[in-house]
Design a protein around this ligand. Structure first.
Ligand SMILES: NC(=O)c1ccc[n+]([C@@H]2O[C@H](COP(=O)([O-])OP(=O)(O)OC[C@H]3O[C@@H](n4cnc5c(N)ncnc54)[C@H](OP(=O)(O)O)[C@@H]3O)[C@@H](O)[C@H]2O)c1
Length: 330
């Protein structure tokens, strides 16, 4: 059946300015790390992506290595762009990244100019795009001068292959240095993509204040701790969950007894707020002023709809935040 985008698609999403830039991002963005690769169910991923667009989720986050197999999420994105979403290209923010292993030999990963620019060319080809909206350095490279990696991001913009650039998984010091280098080159750092959720709060130490001070946006990844911060595992491990899947990134030993106690206590508090735990976990991140958007994953349209509904209740009282901290730090 032909796809016609919902006419109401911008009525129920909140858009936040990304740092000091001109770019607005939806509070909820969708990532294609899991569930969108070549081994996944193509119709299901298409349903999720089209529903996302219909709900005002204008930002899709990819990386060269998303799959499995690596690269296949970008290929699926190309197919969905070509069949449905491509007509809306100017309404979409599509990001990709380079940093992790993509091909054999010394130029297949990390942060050399050779790898970063070749990887972007490959990503553009896989997605059938002339440019991406945001191009990231996916991880800092301890053995390559930061000037070289940032210079490659700058070149991508100069060559018209990326509109904006960002960094991911850089600590606070590396971030300040990267921002300075990019600023001197004349390509501002738009955004940082760190891991941040109720269970992993390292960004609160320094990174968030660096980003605020320097006017750089922040889009936390794995905001639901890969599904732990939802009702998914309240009563065991469902057969269709990430823990039960072949993914090596979330395994049964992540669901320790003390974590489950916290999940249950958080779930109770979410109920009192009239939200699901997933919604409360996302709102908790979005309530921080430095955060532009959260990049979620979803394995069903239903999960996506629940998560998009987060924006209707983003407020926490001081007492509530203290209560949540108490659960998390106990
Ligand atoms: N920059 C980086 O290094 C990096 C690293 C990792 C991820 N990312 C980005 O961040 C995105 C999100 O990562 P993530 O998938 O780990 O995020 P997440 O939002 O923390 O976890 C998503 C998973 O949680 C479960 N879930 C989501 N909504 C739910 C709901 N309402 N109720 C119950 N379960 C729900 C689903 O798992 P089930 O499959 O069990 O249903 C879903 O696949 C990625 O796609 C990628 O774009 C970036």
């Amino acid at each position: 059946m032909a796809y016609f985008a919902s006419k109401d698609r911008y009525l129920n999403m909140k858009y936040n300015r990304c740092g000091n830039s001109g770019l607005l991002l939806p509070a909820i963005s969708l990532g294609l790390w899991h569930n969108f690769g070549g081994l996944g169910d193509y119709q299901k991923m298409k349903d999720i992506l089209l529903k996302a667009f219909d709900m005002g989720i204008s930002h899709f986050d990819l990386a060269n290595n998303y799959g499995p197999p690596p690269g296949s999420a970008e290929i699926n994105m190309k197919n969905i762009l070509q069949s449905e979403l491509g007509a809306h290209r100017d309404e979409l923010i599509i990001s990709t990244k380079a940093g992790y292993l993509m091909w054999e030999g010394p130029y297949g990963e990390w942060g050399s100019r050779k790898y970063v620019l070749a990887s972007l060319d490959q990503s553009l080809k896989r997605m059938g795009l002339d440019y991406v909206d945001i191009f990231y350095s996916h991880r800092p490279d301890p053995d390559t001068p930061l000037e070289e990696t940032m210079g490659a991001l700058h070149s991508a913009v100069q060559q018209g292959k990326a509109l904006y650039v960002g960094i991911s998984n850089y600590d606070a010091d590396q971030t300040e240095q990267a921002i300075d280098i990019l600023q001197n080159l004349g390509t501002p750092c738009l955004i940082h993509q760190p891991k941040y959720n109720m269970f992993e709060r390292w960004v609160e130490e320094e990174l968030l204040s660096v980003l605020e001070k320097r006017g750089v946006g922040c889009i936390p990844f794995s905001p639901l701790a890969q599904g732990l911060l939802t009702d998914r595992y309240l009563n065991g491990i469902p057969a269709d969950s990430r823990i039960a899947s072949e993914s090596i990134f979330l395994q049964e030993d992540h669901l320790k007894a003390d974590i489950l106690v916290k999940i249950k206590a958080l779930n109770q508090h979410a109920e009192q707020r009239g939200q699901t735990l997933a919604q409360m976990a996302l709102a908790w991140i979005l309530s921080r002023k430095q955060v532009t958007s959260v990049v979620i994953g979803a394995s069903s349209v239903n999960q996506l709809e629940i998560n998009a509904g987060t924006i209707h209740n983003l407020k926490f009282s001081r007492d509530e935040l203290a209560y949540i901290d108490n659960i998390l730090l106990s």
